[in-house]
Design a binder for this molecule. Structure first.
Ligand SMILES: Nc1ncnc2c1ncn2[C@@H]1O[C@H](COP(=O)(O)OP(=O)(O)O)[C@@H](O)[C@H]1O
Ligand SMILES: [Mg+2]
Length: 368
């Protein structure tokens, strides 16, 4: 019998989940506050409602066999009410834990992962004391609702502390600045019963707090480091009984890696899996949700993923209109384009970092 997957959120991640679900013969229903959300164009049914509208979320659950989320900030009390009565197969714990940077980093440390030093900051005195302890620069982040570098501020010296005070109207966390060699992410799917699969690990290059490129495999990473990173990610899921999909962002320093943050949903750095791997993050999430066996992914060829923000939309449209073998342009169909807004992505299969820089980099706006 055809199953229906309910998706809380209908952005680009919802869009790609819905596409993967359709290929597996499943139906989808999405809920999102904006009437022209990207996934609404491809899902079977949709509900336009706020993420804190309990009645609407309940309606989504009622009309679904299994429910997942691509939006991370559904209020915890609403989630608890729903999880008691409906099949939110991943559970609500990973979502609730990922909503609060203090909570997620504490979980990581308790699970044996290394984190840069961090401290809960509620007032100016604690900020001054901890900044003195961690040294400069350090980073002040709101504990909740941050994304793409929003809700964070780099504190370069004592002189920046006064300007940081306005951030303290909400609970914050202060982090030691990590002079990382590079960033990487591990995306895993599974649970204790199904076992876990892990996607090939890429190097992520951010610009202005937003992911710009994922380069897979991460060129600098040796097999031992990759194995340890994947093993720690799996252990983190096991110890916390997290189920379904989990993406973990790491900072790599030499032979060591530091947990930065987690997301219990498909991840921007995993877009490359759609064409770069034998199975992709959206498909494996759907297979998990639909109680199908998981497939271990393999990288088909070195792959580079370039995020298309508003400033690069015109270039991406030109590339989409031309013929280029092994270049896959995804445009999300968002009605309004703005600089720094994620409008699409391009996956280059069979290309390494050098090839990308030589052939493609100058087609896009230079990142600062
Ligand atoms: N403690 C840190 N040390 C060094 N760089 C950091 C630190 N925290 C964040 N960054 C940089 O900022 C980017 C965005 O921060 P992150 O914590 O991942 O927030 P979000 O992705 O939710 O905006 C990171 O990918 C990294 O490039
Ligand atoms: Mg991040």
């Amino acid at each position: 019998m055809t199953k229906t997957i309910g998706i809380i959120g209908a952005g680009q991640l919802g869009l790609m989940i819905a596409q993967a679900a359709a290929r597996l013969g499943a139906r989808t229903i999405c809920l999102d506050p904006s009437a022209d959300a990207p996934a609404f164009g491809v899902c079977d049914e949709h509900i336009v409602a706020a993420f804190d509208d309990l009645a609407a979320l309940e309606e989504l659950c009622r009309r679904s066999d299994v429910v997942t989320y691509e939006f991370e900030n559904v209020p915890g009390d609403i989630l608890r009410t729903l999880a008691d009565r409906y099949n939110i197969k991943q559970g609500i714990e990973p979502l609730i834990d990922s909503q609060d940077r203090l909570r997620e980093k504490s979980r990581a440390v308790e699970s044996g992962l290394r984190c840069a030093r961090f401290a809960d900051i509620a007032d100016m005195d604690t900020l001054k004391r901890k900044a003195g302890e961690f040294g400069y620069p350090c980073i002040l982040k709101s504990r909740r609702l941050g994304y793409d570098g929003h809700g964070q501020m780099m504190i370069h010296s004592v002189d920046d502390l006064a300007a940081a005070e306005k951030m303290l109207s909400v609970p914050c966390i202060l982090e030691e600045f990590v002079r990382f060699d590079y960033e990487a992410s591990v995306i895993s799917v599974g649970d204790e019963q199904t076992g876990y699969i892990h996607f090939p690990v890429g190097r992520n290059i951010h610009s202005g707090g937003i992911l710009d490129l994922s380069i897979v495999p991460a060129p600098e990473m040796n097999d031992d480091l990759r194995r340890r990173m994947v093993a720690k990610s799996e252990e983190f899921m096991r110890r916390n009984r997290y189920r379904g999909i989990m993406a973990i962002e790491y900072f790599v320093v030499g032979d060591e890696f530091y947990f930065n943050e987690m997301a219990p949903r498909p991840h921007n750095s995993g877009h490359y899996t759609i064409e770069g791997c034998t199975t992709d993050q959206y498909r494996e999430l759907c297979r998990y949700l639909l109680d199908m066996p998981l497939e271990e992914p393999r990288l088909k060829a070195p792959t580079v993923m370039k995020n298309i923000l508003g400033q690069d939309l015109a270039a991406a449209e030109r590339i989409a209109a031309a013929h280029n073998d092994n270049v896959y342009v995804h445009l999300y169909g968002k009605s309004e384009s703005r600089p720094k807004r994620k409008m699409g992505h391009i996956t280059f299969v069979g290309l390494d970092a050098d090839g990308y820089y030589e052939t493609w980099q100058d087609k896009f706006v230079k990142q600062n």
